[in-house]
Structure formats: C-alpha cells, structure tokens
Design a protein around this ligand. Structure first.
Ligand code: UTP
Length: 297
C-alpha cells in the first residue's frame, strides 16, 4: 500500500518582479481573481485532493499571506452582529485548523528547487505535493486530485504536463517522453527552458507535482541549473537514474499562468464569466468594447 499524499508545499518566496510595482508591498499570491486571492484557489484544490498539511515557503514581505489564513475575530463579530451569514461562510474557507499550516523562510531566492528543499524537515520520508499558486487551473475534477489518483496507480514522481507551442518551450521544463500512454507519459528526462530547436517534446511541466522524498535528498546536492537557479526539475530528473520513475500527467482542465499579466487578465475574465452574478454585465461590456475596437480597425 502506498503512503497517502497528505502534505503540500506552496513555494511563494519569489520576488514577483513581473507585477512590480504592485508586488513591492502585496505578495503576488494575494492578488485577487474576482474576490479570492490566488492562494485561496490553490488551497481549495489541495483540500479537495485530500491534503491535510499546508507548508508555505515564504520570504520577507509576505506577512499579508500569513494574516490571510488567520482568524479575524473583530470582522467575524461585526458580520455576525449584522446577520451577514453568507459573508461569514465565505470567511470559513480562509480558516485553517491549528497546526495544519506552517511557514518556512527561504532566505534567498535561489530557485524553486531550493525553496522546496527548505521544507524538507516538515516532509520527512513520505510522498508530497508541490503547488505553485500562480498556476490556476479551472477543472471539473481539481488537477491535483486527478494527479494523486494517477499517482496511486504508478508511484514514483508525477508532474503536471500540457502541450505548448514550440516557441514557448523556453519558458518551461520540457519532458523527454519515453512512452506515451495517453493521460500518463513515462519520461526519460526533463530539460529546463530549452530553445524550440533543442526541446525534446512540446510537453511542458506546469506548477503541480507529486513527488517522492528522494527528490529532497537529490536537492541536498544543490547544483545550479538553468539561469543559475537551483531547479526542481533537475532534482526530479535525477531520480530516473536512481530507479524512481518520473511520469508526466496530461491533466484535464484549463491552466492560467497568473504569474504573467496576460494570463492573470485572462483568468480574471474567465472566472468572472463563471460567476452567475457577474456574467451578464461583463458579457455586455466585452461585446461593446470588441465592437468598438473592430469598428476602429
Ligand atoms: P517564478 O519564476 O514565477 O518567479 O517562480 P517569481 O519571483 O514568483 O516571479 P517573477 O518571475 O519575478 O515575476 C515560480 C514559483 O516559484 C517560487 C515563486 O514564488 C513562484 O511560486 N519561487 C521561485 C520560490 O519560492 N523561490 C525562488 O527562489 C524562486
């Protein structure tokens, strides 16, 4: 019987430079899609996948993130007094059980691999998930749940994968596919941010992982990879040579890259259109402005 995956690491220690000046004082993960911060979408997805322990790797200036998951007695009392039960219920999602959430500091932004390694003592010797909150995935069955179900069959390491255009491979870790079995592909290796001509496939890794604890041991060696950063994909790929297989998982759903402005705006529109109370007004507005811009062409 495989160990259940009950712990997830959320690396949120990056500088978020693409959203400066906003991220000078607001952590990227607190930026909102409609009325919920990016991190809430990630937490909801993790909960639905059976995660019980939430480990955030943070850095200086991420205080708002810690406050977000704290209880807010004054606000709750005010809402109760005013009989605003619906808003009180909304706040419930932001509350964490005592001891269910932990914060670890990454003192220097040395890369995603290093951020994950910072949480090693809280993981111990069991499989774990890694979720990047700036990848938001709209899916009928939450992406991490799909992956954990597949992982229960395969074991090893599993990374979320999606097809990208050849000119986009240089923004991702890319899979060198050994065998394509449909939703699951087995992997010979992974290349971090290859140019289109060097990419072994067009299957790119995005921000959901189910990993074996051996990846943390690989990270102990701390080799710098692409861009001088300590890369998580390198530590995962190293497992293949050590006989722990790596699989890519073609998830069902739509992924938004909310770490980029264009992706964030697209997600805002998509999530707003999915909300009944906003859909009609927003559709009307979008139709109006597209007509105006077409007329201007
Ligand atoms: P990104 O590459 O998106 O970097 O990191 P970033 O700093 O967040 O954003 P930009 O590029 O400057 O705008 C991917 C994920 O890895 C985390 C980030 O917080 C983000 O969730 N990360 C990255 C760390 O936690 N530590 C690092 O050293 C690097």
């Amino acid at each position: 019987m495989r160990n259940k995956v009950t712990k997830a690491i959320f690396p949120v220690a990056g500088l978020g430079t693409r959203f400066l000046p906003a991220t000078k004082s607001v952590p990227k993960e607190i930026m909102t899609l409609v009325d919920r911060p990016l991190v809430q979408y990630a937490i909801d997805e993790a909960r639905e996948a059976g995660i019980k322990e939430f480990i955030f790797v943070t850095s200086r200036g991420k205080g708002a993130l810690e406050d977000y998951f704290d209880h807010s007695p004054n606000l709750e009392q005010e809402l109760r007094k005013k009989g605003k039960d619906d808003l009180l219920a909304t706040l419930q999602d932001t509350n964490m059980d005592s001891g269910a959430i932990a914060y670890i500091r990454q003192h220097k932004a040395l890369g995603l691999g290093h951020a994950v390694w910072c949480a090693r003592r809280l993981i111990g010797n069991e499989p774990f998930a890694v979720m990047l909150p700036d990848d938001v995935i709209a899916a009928e069955k939450p992406c991490l749940k799909q992956m954990i179900e597949a992982y229960e069959e395969t074991g090893g390491n599993m990374v979320a994968a999606m097809e990208v255009a050849p000119e986009k491979t240089s923004s991702y870790g890319v899979l060198d596919v050994k065998e394509d079995m449909g939703s699951v592909v087995s992997v010979n290796g992974m290349v971090e941010k290859p140019k289109a001509e060097d990419a072994p496939s067009n299957l790119a890794v995005i921000g959901r992982y189910v990993l074996a604890p051996s990846v943390l041991r690989n990270l102990n060696e701390m080799k710098q990879g692409a861009g001088g950063e300590i890369q998580l994909t390198d530590a995962i790929a190293q497992d293949i040579a050590q006989d722990t297989p790596v699989y890519g998982y073609r998830f069902k759903g739509q992924r938004f890259d909310c770490g980029s402005k264009a992706g964030f705006l697209q997600a805002t529109v998509a999530f707003a259109l999915a909300r009944e109370e906003l859909r009609e007004d927003l559709m009307e507005y979008i139709t109006d402005i597209t007509q105006v811009s077409r007329a201007a062409e």
